[in-house]
Design a protein around this ligand. Structure first.
Ligand code: GLC
Length: 740
């Protein structure tokens, strides 16, 4: 075809139109398509079918569905089940919904896959100790693939509650006391479970919980009242949820706790003003188990009818287990207490997520693939690696660790040494304790055939009996080294497991003392789910390893670390107090007008013991040593909207390769509101060979330097800021800069 100038003009014009006004991307086309499908379906639904979508009911312990589920799904009046699982069972129930109901809306199968489905990974608090979000992302991704294979499409995870009180048993489920670290892990876990498109095979819908401030329970007592300023809510407890929303989380779970007098499951300020109004979250909120019904116990509602009204109008879309929405929805609508728009919007949000999940196109799971996706060697290997990266070396005098694999004799002692349940943690989904590699098994597999390994339980995890001490002491006497495993039972952490003491339960500390009294080198390994108070051990035992509840492969990972195949590089994501009387004790506290000073009476400290932690936030040793030096700032002053580059040298000055977590903290020295003495605003876990030096860089900007002022505006105020960089929140070098 002859290219005339006219044709050239038309071609160029057409091209520019296309380039200037591209057709909607496939993503936005898909979004429009989803909205159209949601609204088309909604328009067909009866009120009963709409209320049905707002209902989630519980399955049976072993994952079976109930006859009632079949009836309700046939009538199209059930939206979701929890705990129903197994490819065959979920397909059976799904066929009722998809093939027998009028509108064929698929059921959404949810379950608590918190840190693994069948391959159990280290508890989330342990994974946070890795300070490597990619560890958590990978664990969540593997958990998703195993859960997906069993017909599940939704997990009630990640738990992103900030916790500053180790008495609270659910500290085990989150990422500890810090908002910046907690936000990084929230993002990582959402991406691990969901990927970038949770309709993809092997991906499942995530659920950021428990919205919000559940971890601030007074007295560390689960389900207890939380009460705080809006500043604290916005600066400490909300950001990890915001991070999850920004990462695309499809659902949130509203919490049990009373929040400033308005329970979280009936709180329009958090559920609608912030979550929808400010964050533009367009997924749905599921209540916690009966938490809508519990609005009556809280005293926010006088009866089921009022509780349903409070939950619906606040913005809780799906009701877990209690049935107040279905029992009272029609009446509330008739009375004008709840609008049709409110009900429709709740249904719309749920349908939107079901469409995004691809549930309408792919409601079933491949039963043939179920078993080959679960507890694979690769998944076990990933769990082992995650556990090794999560361990924190708390003490290692005179290079007691690592041990030599050809050591002639070892005494392995304590009730946690061969306990297959504790390493699984509180939420262990369909993990089986028969799958667990215990510490004893891991050590036996690791040492040379010539090494004599003797095991003595010594005592139970709880209880006062010391009848097993003699056997344990004799075992220690006949060995070169004694390894004492102590900590908590599976049931002593997690939900409804608050403790008023943080001491090692039972006679475990006495057992440790008895073993230490033999004069044999004694090493303490902790298998637990919360910070413990272990002062005597810290003062007397040469080496202490925080191994946490490390999952299915815990024993192999512990052996990897004890014998040096893995050099521990974890750091504490939560402060370890000396005594429970110090709690709450956290690093990012305000300075007060009278900060504690030794040997001066009139200031903020105790007259009967130290005010300092046993181990600070961010603390952790290595089998090698590191030197952090040459802190440089890119400018002495920046504008409030400016950026500042911060860099340091990190050198491995020891004899073996190892990981260091370089941590960046700031302090806003003087502002219109008091600011914490330190705030984590950057971290990087790096691996260095012996002698190697790396330059590590961070960037600080307004989103690091700002805070909510008295008018609740997020501002960066002019003035002096300190920058701290180091290997823990206390071991730092510092410089200052000015925001002008
Ligand atoms: C529990 C927990 C919540 C869990 C839900 C379903 O009470 O608070 O974390 O996801 O009920 O099991």
């Amino acid at each position: 075809m002859k290219l005339t100038s006219a044709r050239l003009f038309v071609f160029v014009f057409a091209l520019s139109v296309v380039l200037l006004f591209p057709s909607p991307s496939s993503e936005s086309k898909q979004a429009t398509n989803v909205e159209a499908r949601v609204n088309a379906l909604l328009a067909k639904m009866t009120l009963e079918e709409k209320l049905g979508q707002l209902q989630q009911l519980d399955g049976e312990g072993e994952g079976n569905y109930r006859p009632e589920h079949v009836e309700l799904l046939k009538k199209g009046v059930l939206g979701s089940t929890l705990n129903v699982r197994g490819a065959k069972k979920t397909n059976e129930l799904q066929r009722v919904a998809v093939e027998q109901s009028r509108l064929k809306i698929p059921n959404l199968f949810g379950y608590d896959v918190i840190h693994g489905y069948r391959t159990i990974f280290p508890i989330p608090l342990a994974e946070a100790s890795s300070w490597d979000p990619s560890v958590a992302e990978r664990s969540a991704s593997i958990a998703a693939s195993e859960a997906y294979a069993t017909g599940l499409r939704w997990t009630f995870a990640p738990m992103v509650d900030i916790a500053r009180d180790p008495r609270w048993g659910r500290i085990t489920e989150g990422a500890g006391e810090d908002t910046f670290l907690g936000s990084a892990f929230a993002r990582a876990r959402v991406l691990g479970f969901q990927g970038r498109d949770y309709s993809a095979p092997g991906k499942i819908l995530a659920c950021a919980k428990h919205y919000v401030a559940y971890g601030a329970a007074e007295g560390g007592r689960d389900y207890n009242t939380t009460d705080m300023s809006e500043q604290r809510l916005r600066e400490v407890y909300l950001p990890p949820f915001h991070a999850a929303v920004d990462a695309g989380v499809g659902t949130l779970m509203s919490a049990f706790n009373d929040l400033n007098g308005v329970p979280a499951s009936g709180n329009p300020f958090t559920l609608t003003k912030i979550l929808r109004g400010e964050w533009k979250f367009d997924g749905f909120v599921v209540s916690d188990y009966n938490s809508v019904l519990e609005l009556i116990s809280h005293g926010l509602a006088g009866n089921n009818h009022d509780a349903a009204e409070a939950g619906l109008n606040a913005g809780v879309d799906m009701e877990m287990v209690s049935r107040l929405y279905n029992e009272n929805g029609a009446t509330l609508l008739k009375e004008g207490k709840v609008s049709q728009a409110t009900i429709d919007e709740a249904v719309r949000r749920i349908l939107r997520i079901k469409f995004r999940l691809g549930l309408f196109e792919h409601p079933y799971v491949d039963e043939a693939a179920e078993n080959s996706s679960i507890l694979t060697a690769a998944n076990r290997a990933a769990a082992r690696e995650a556990s090794g990266k999560s361990m924190v070396l708390l003490k290692n005098d005179r290079g007691t660790l690592p041990l030599n694999k050809t050591i002639s004799s070892l005494a392995v002692i304590g009730p946690l040494a061969d306990d297959p349940r504790a390493p699984m943690g509180f939420w262990s989904a369909d993990g089986k304790d028969t799958d667990t590699v215990t510490a004893l098994a891991g050590i036996r597999a690791k040492v040379s055939p010539q090494t004599k390994v003797t095991y003595a339980k010594g005592c139970d995890i709880t209880g006062d009996s010391t009848s097993g001490f003699d056997e344990a002491v004799n075992a220690a006497r006949q060995a070169d080294i004694a390894l004492v495993f102590a900590g908590e039972a599976k049931e002593m952490v997690g939900e409804a497991a608050s403790r008023s003491s943080l001491d090692l339960p039972g006679k475990q500390m006495d057992l440790l003392k008895a073993i230490h009294a033999t004069g044999k080198p004694t090493i303490l390994v902790l298998i637990n789910g919360r910070p413990p108070t272990i002062g005597w051990a810290v003062d007397n035992v040469p080496a202490i390893l925080e191994a946490w509840m490390g999952g299915t492969e815990a024993g192999n990972a512990i052996a990897d670390v004890l014998f040096g195949d893995v050099n521990p590089g974890g750091k504490l994501p939560v402060t370890f107090p000396r005594t429970v009387g110090q709690v709450p004790l956290y690093y990012n506290h305000m300075n007060t007008g009278r900060p504690p000073v030794a040997d001066v009476r009139w200031n903020s400290k105790y007259i009967d013991g130290p005010w300092t932690p046993q181990f600070p936030f961010g603390f952790g040793l290595s089998y090698t040593q590191f030197k952090i030096s040459d802190l440089q700032l890119s400018a002495p002053t920046i504008r409030p909207d400016g950026r500042l580059n911060v860099s340091v040298n990190v050198q491995n000055t020891g004899q073996r390769a190892g990981d260091e977590v370089v941590q960046l903290y700031i302090r806003d020295v003087a502002a219109s509101m008091t600011r914490p003495v330190k705030e984590l605003k950057g971290f990087k876990r790096i691996t260095l060979k012996p002698g190697e030096t790396q330059r590590v860089e961070f960037t600080l900007g307004p989103d690091h330097l700002g805070f909510y002022n008295r008018e609740m505006k997020y501002v960066v105020e002019p003035g002096e800021f300190k920058v701290f960089v180091g290997s823990s929140s206390e071991d730092v070098i510092e410089k200052s800069f000015v925001v002008r």
